[in-house]
Ligand binder design. Structure first.
Ligand code: AMP
Length: 558
């Protein structure tokens, strides 16, 4: 028997409509590529998203078409989220830090019909324009008088161009002739709304196609008090880019609750972000650990404090325990460690204390808070052995982490890469995350490693994340990575790779001694290599594949 309730589809247009109606004068503040600050309201955002939807329809864009973006966090990008998604087309956010050849590959795989780009990315457009035949409209996110002139170039290295001038419109000229009156269409909530390719350190990137339903359910879940806990009292600054899994859903969660939004544009250095925190009275933020290291360094070096910031979500890679402690002890800011993936929209778990933990000593609370945390209702997880058998939730037994839920991928775009799921005896499909983790009796999950990164020494696992977390707590260490290096007796042994802080001095022996008493003796790295820089991927994560290549022939001391 069916329930007898209204069957309104869960569409993202309802979020911006809601914000425009109930939080009409709440602001969206953006630092623009031009360097100035732009402000307007949810009501303005809704109107301009509708203008964009009209402009897209007039340009022949239809439901289901993919519209690419190469853009920082900003109000026009937000309008693309709602204008494109709201009309039934698909906003395809592309990571501009990828190589132009990869970007061209992704555009062609997605068969994007139009590409909207920030002026910073004009060189990428120049590099890919003659390789992307499906793109009918190139639109620069700027005023008409700033429209760049770009000629397609197929041999940038030697400065040779095809001489073909690309027809570029400015965003403002593109939407200006169109009305702000538009009725968001109703359609099946399972239709696609957004597309994001995985960073793919091996093989071709894979497209994850989010639906309106998955996006809305994720947005609801992410706002829960034991998840992001955002409300209309908050001012949210997503440092995490809108091209990296929809800025962890904050452009949807913000208007859903009516929070003020602050977009930092291209300037993600410690000083610029800190200034926005203070000027706009930001209460909540989110980003990867490396960004927070930069912000903490700036704030520490200049003896500043955070006057309004209360909470920040840190995820994307393991949050060093020292970051949690520094934020709490020196600045009174709560760090919420989170874990997720492009394939999970992205949020899977966040780490918050429960009632029974409130009276624990700070050190024990800290141990819990270092974990990746608890699933949000809607995500189910388990750890299994290589044969797929469930492993106990004892906080000790490592296994492959599997997930399922309404905002977890079922199949990659165009079904490329085959069926990604693993099936149990009941035929239930689970998504193998590629992460190795423990789950404790209270359901707190802790990532040990990517399965590809874990070090197997004499058949036993060593967690590179634990070793890295300890190393970055040393005052002379700016960045640390641990990889397995071939060893004749143990198969693999850990090598610690370190970037020192500017002007800091530290020796191999001092760093190894720093591990004393903190880890089992056999986990101790066999050697330390000092480097100028550690290679980072397009989403700011350490590129272990590259490091393993660099140190492939490294001889450990015997
Ligand atoms: P991506 O799809 O690019 O966001 O990458 C997802 C992967 O990042 C996960 O499968 C994890 O390996 C890693 N990751 C994300 N958050 C965390 C975290 N808090 N701790 C450790 N690894 C993380």
């Amino acid at each position: 028997m069916h329930g007898q309730m209204m069957d309104m589809p869960l569409l993202i247009s309802s979020i911006i409509e809601h914000a425009a109606r109930h939080h009409s004068d709440t602001e969206i503040v953006s630092r623009r590529v031009e360097g100035d600050i732009h402000r307007y309201t949810y009501s303005d955002c809704n109107k301009r998203s509708k203008q964009l939807a009209n402009a897209l329809s007039a340009s022949g864009i239809k439901a289901g078409n993919r519209i690419a973006t190469l853009a920082w966090n900003g109000y026009r990008h937000m309008e693309l989220y709602y204008g494109v998604g709201g009309m039934g087309a698909v906003v395809h956010t592309i990571n501009p830090r990828l190589h132009p050849d990869q970007i061209a590959w992704i555009v062609n795989h997605a068969e994007d019909s139009a590409l909207f780009f920030d002026l910073s990315f004009a060189p990428i457009v120049q590099a890919i324009a003659d390789k992307c035949p499906t793109i009918k409209h190139w639109v620069a996110l700027c005023d008409a008088d700033k429209t760049p002139a770009i000629s397609a170039a197929n041999d940038l290295k030697n400065g040779l161009t095809t001489g073909v001038v690309i027809d570029i419109k400015s965003y403002e000229a593109f939407i200006a002739p169109h009305s702000a009156t538009y009725h968001w269409p109703e359609f099946d909530e399972r239709n696609a709304v957004a597309l994001c390719y995985t960073s793919g350190t091996t093989g071709n990137p894979k497209g994850v196609l989010y639906s309106h339903r998955s996006t809305l359910l994720h947005a609801y879940g992410s706002c829960l008090p034991d998840a992001m806990n955002v409300s209309a009292k908050d001012c949210i600054l997503p440092v995490v880019p809108m091209f990296h899994v929809n800025a962890w859903g904050l452009p949807y969660a913000g208007p859903l609750v009516g929070a003020k939004l602050v977009f930092p544009g291209p300037m993600l250095d410690g000083k610029s972000v800190y200034e926005l925190f203070e000027q706009e009275k930001v209460t909540f933020s989110a980003g990867v650990p490396t960004v927070w290291l930069g912000i903490l360094q700036y704030v520490g070096a200049n003896k500043l404090s955070f006057s309004t910031l209360k909470r920040t979500v840190v995820g994307g890679s393991a949050c060093p325990p020292s970051t949690i402690a520094t934020f709490r002890d020196q600045y009174g800011v709560e760090v919420v460690h989170a874990w997720g993936m492009t394939e999970m929209s992205p949020l899977g778990t966040l780490c918050k204390l429960q009632n029974k933990h409130l009276n624990l000593p700070v050190e024990q609370q800290q141990k819990l808070l270092e974990k990746q945390g608890h699933v949000i209702y809607g995500v189910d997880m388990k750890v299994v052995d290589d044969a797929g058998n469930d492993l106990p939730w004892d906080g000790k037994t490592y296994g492959n982490l599997l997930v399922r839920g309404p905002w977890v991928v079922k199949e990659y775009f165009k079904a490329d890469g085959g069926d990604p799921l693993q099936y149990n005896a009941q035929g239930q499909g689970w998504f193998p995350t590629g992460d190795v983790a423990t789950i404790d009796v209270d359901g707190y999950m802790q990532i040990t490693d990517r399965s590809k990164d874990v070090i197997k020494s004499g058949g036993e696992w060593i967690s590179t994340i634990d070793l890295e977390n300890l190393a970055v707590a040393h005052p002379a260490v700016a960045q640390a990575a641990v990889i397995g290096v071939a060893h004749p007796k143990w198969d693999e042994r850990p090598l610690l790779i370190v970037v020192k802080k500017p002007d800091a001095q530290v020796t191999r022996e001092e760093l190894l001694a720093f591990y004393d008493g903190k880890i089992a003796k056999w986990w101790l790295p066999d050697d330390v290599a000092f480097v100028e820089a550690i290679p980072l991927g397009a989403t700011g994560k350490i590129l272990k594949t590259k490091l393993r290549e660099m140190f492939r022939d490294y001889r450990l001391p015997t």
